[in-house]
Design a protein around this ligand. Structure first.
Ligand code: AMP
Length: 423
């Protein structure tokens, strides 16, 4: 496993439980992942060191968690070395690596998404913003760790976002080009599918909560909590997403010479006139993955191998009927300036509640061997129960047993499913 967050902890937890797994390494991992895997001190972007390590240990399967090494071509390098790897090659990872690429791809293949224009010139971008008016959305083209998107309520806010990216260089080369697009009104949902280059195995839908504050207030984050099932994602809606967005994308990527393999994370706005693509991600969502892994009943490993080997066609996975909800505990100051080093306690008693699992994200052991915060999103307190309301109640019961004075969380994760019980 490559990566070190809550997503990778959940994946390691699922992989380690497989009878097919006799040894699991994680580079670089975190103290929670160390309970499932042997940690290797190689960073996720040290691509050549990862390939060398995999060769040296005769690794049978490498699973890449985060997007930067995928976009940088880790899977291409592993393929070249004859090592089986789960995740898209760089050419297919452009579906996340360049928003402009994806918008043009959607336009070519009539995949429903917000109307847009691409700009490298601040004057032209500003003129377009003034012509269209607010609300309007400004996005840095490249990877910006979830911070490159401004949903502008006013023209001034949009102009400032354009200037930040194209004049101020706020996102470096990732923001040297921007997409300015139509604001879509609707409900956000994430849909996941495994893809083997040709065939698609739908997984499940999950709903994330991007804003840092209760009631969807404050700046956007990587995600403050998630749950499934999502009521708006009915079987009919999932079928539309498959027919209008996912399958056409897989066909077109293959036709364009960049067949897609791995997991495709389709972020959607469910609008009045049907689902529209907000963006693709070329990896599991974080914290959506934690929810998926807790709902998955089948062994994950054969599915990952089938995606690598082009054998998804007749593959099937079984899921728990129960709901799962995860609450992110973040360090105070997140997303701008998370406070590092805050002490964490109470994980054992919180995890002892039946149906609760705590995944670790930004954690480390300090010099004295105590668990402390080392990142923005620190813990994912995850609960499985018969319905979303019960999963929510159980997750917050566990949250309240965790001792993390320098942390905070939203108290309303799952509010669309449990509106009367915002906690
Ligand atoms: P992204 O990084 O593309 O996932 O965007 C971050 C968040 O901004 C999304 O989860 C949406 O809530 C919001 N967003 C992005 N694009 C649009 C859009 N065209 N219309 C409305 N909201 C959007």
């Amino acid at each position: 496993m490559v990566g070190s967050g809550g997503r990778e902890h959940a994946l390691c937890w699922a992989i380690a439980a497989s009878p097919l797994c006799d040894k699991l390494y994680c580079a670089p991992g975190n103290p929670g992942i160390a309970e499932e895997a042997e940690l290797v001190a190689i960073a996720a972007m040290e691509l050549d060191r990862i390939v060398d390590f995999a060769r040296e240990k005769s690794i049978d399967l490498v699973v890449v968690g985060p997007e930067p090494p995928l976009v940088a071509g880790l899977v291409d390098k592993l393929d070249a070395a004859g090592i089986k790897a789960f995740g898209p090659r760089a050419a297919a990872a452009a579906l996340e690596g360049s928003k402009g690429f994806t918008k043009d791809f959607c336009a070519r293949h009539k995949i429903p998404t917000a109307a847009y224009q691409r700009f490298t010139d601040a004057g032209k971008a500003s003129a377009y913003v003034r012509q269209k008016g607010a609300p309007i959305v400004v996005k840095a083209d490249g990877l910006a760790a979830g911070k490159g998107v401004t949903v502008a309520r006013t023209v001034d806010e949009a102009l400032a976002a354009v200037a930040d990216a194209l004049v101020g260089g706020r996102f470096g080369s990732a923001g040297a080009s921007v997409v300015v697009e139509e604001f879509l009104e609707g409900e956000i949902a994430s849909f996941f599918a495994l893809i083997d280059g040709v065939d698609v195995l739908p997984l499940q839908s999950v709903q994330d909560h991007k804003a840092v504050g209760d009631g969807e207030t404050g700046p956007n984050t990587g995600g403050m909590g998630a749950y499934a099932p999502v009521a708006a994602m009915t079987p009919a809606m999932e079928q539309q997403v498959m027919d209008r967005i996912v399958r056409p994308t897989v066909r077109a990527m293959a036709a364009e010479g960049a067949p897609y393999k791995g997991v495709l994370f389709t972020e959607l706005m469910i609008c009045r006139d049907g689902p529209k693509l907000i963006e693709f991600n070329v990896r599991f969502g974080d914290p959506e993955c934690q929810v998926l892994m807790m709902r998955l009943k089948s062994d994950l490993v054969p599915a990952l191998v089938a995606a690598c080997d082009g054998e998804l066609k007749s593959f099937d996975l079984r899921w728990h009927a129960d709901a799962v909800l995860t609450v992110v505990l973040a360090a105070k100051g997140y997303p701008d300036t998370p406070k590092p080093g805050g002490a964490i306690g109470g994980l054992d008693r919180a995890s002892a509640l039946p149906g609760v699992k705590i995944f670790q994200a930004g954690t480390k052991l300090d010099a004295a061997g105590r668990l402390v915060a080392a990142g923005g999103r620190v813990l994912n307190v995850t609960a499985r129960a018969p319905d979303v309301a019960e999963a929510q109640a159980l997750a917050y019961r566990a949250v309240d047993l965790v001792d993390f004075p320098d942390g905070f969380c939203r108290r309303d994760i799952g509010w669309r499913a449990v509106p009367s019980r915002a906690r």
